[in-house]
Design a protein around this ligand. Structure first.
Ligand SMILES: Nc1ncnc2c1ncn2[C@@H]1O[C@H](COP(=O)(O)OP(=O)(O)OP(=O)(O)O)[C@@H](O)[C@H]1O
Ligand SMILES: [Mg+2]
Length: 310
């Protein structure tokens, strides 16, 4: 969905084209006593309602990039140059050398790969969602509790009233991941960053979680979705960037990249994902479906939903 589409659907048009705009970002890391670039002149732009995949092998700089958008630099990682804008406002860059955390929550939020990173193990899960809500929304405790239960339901947590009082260890991995998504979307962020959020889950649960992300993008949120799995990208994203050794080596719509990959690393990635052979074949035969295999089970019955920008 573009900013203009949002007007026609009755929502207020934002005064920016990109919900997330990362331009020329370079991040250094400490390695063997030296500072070396690990993310190099990276540029990614994501429109409202668009799902953009960021694909690359382990250690290529995906998490560093997402964490930079959240202003999270762990020891040994350093912002060097470039600009990050959320909803048109520079949050890191020449005009904002110190990241302003006020953007977190309503502006940008993140789903981490491991719920253990984001969830407090000794706090009941419902209250963790309430915390996320109350930080931004100034709701009363009772209203926040009711809203948290609604959110839990919206991400497919059954019996949310009962589960509200569970500790993270009492839930399955899939349920913990849903709790984390509920907390991340609590304040309806304009940009949602997802760092391999389904890697640890079995395939059926993965499909359900992808459906949730699809509907989040359909509601106008810009998604930047990190994965090393092109099959996931083919189901969720309309556009993608391929990162290799900290550099974007390929970018474009799903069809452009899958049909005519320009970079040798992308070709290697594509050929090592057997599932995608059918996808590429469909793209070549002109199947007008963004080149996506319809055999993918989409529970909303719309095989193309969420793949904006293709
Ligand atoms: N805080 C840090 N200090 C030093 N080096 C770091 C730090 N964070 C990341 N690195 C290094 O930067 C490179 C990119 O790391 P990053 O975590 O972004 O990779 P990634 O693409 O997310 O990999 P994965 O798929 O395994 O999660 C790696 O070589 C990593 O070792
Ligand atoms: Mg990572």
């Amino acid at each position: 969905m573009t900013a203009t589409d949002m007007t026609t659907s009755g929502k207020t048009a934002p005064d920016y084209e990109y919900a997330l705009e990362i331009v020329d970002l370079t991040i250094d890391v400490d390695k063997h006593g030296e500072r070396v670039p690990a993310v190099k002149n990276l540029t990614i732009r994501v429109r409202p309602g668009e799902s953009h995949g960021l694909v690359g092998e382990s250690g290529s700089g995906k998490s560093l990039t997402l964490r930079a958008v959240m202003g999270l630099f762990s020891k040994g990682a350093h912002y060097r140059s470039g600009s990050i804008k959320v909803c048109g406002k520079e949050v890191l860059g020449p005009s904002a050398p110190n990241y302003d955390p006020v953007i977190r929550g309503k502006g940008v939020s993140m789903v981490f790969q491991e719920p253990a990173v984001a969830l407090n193990p000794i706090m009941k899960v419902g209250w963790q969602i309430v915390d996320a809500l109350r930080e931004q929304e100034h709701l009363s405790r009772a209203d926040a509790r009711a809203r948290a239960i609604e959110l839990m339901e919206s991400v497919g947590i059954t019996n949310p009233e009962d589960r509200f009082d569970s500790y993270p260890f009492e839930l399955s991995g899939g349920m913990r991941q849903r709790v984390m998504i509920a907390a991340a979307i609590a304040c309806k962020p304009k940009v949602l960053l997802c760092d391999e959020p389904t890697t640890a889950l079995d395939v059926t649960i993965q499909q359900q979680i992808l459906d949730i992300f699809r509907s989040i993008a359909d509601s106008g949120t810009a998604l930047l979705y990190v994965t090393h799995d092109l099959a996931v990208v083919s189901q969720l994203c309309g556009t993608l960037s391929v990162i290799y050794h900290g550099r974007i080596v390929e970018e474009g719509t799903l069809r452009d990249v899958f049909d005519t990959p320009k970079d040798s690393y992308t070709r290697q990635l594509l050929s090592s994902t057997p599932y995608l052979k059918g996808v590429m074949k469909a793209a070549k035969t002109g199947d007008d479906n963004g080149g996506v295999d319809n055999s993918v089970d989409n529970s909303d019955g719309n095989a193309d939903s969420g793949r904006k920008g293709a």
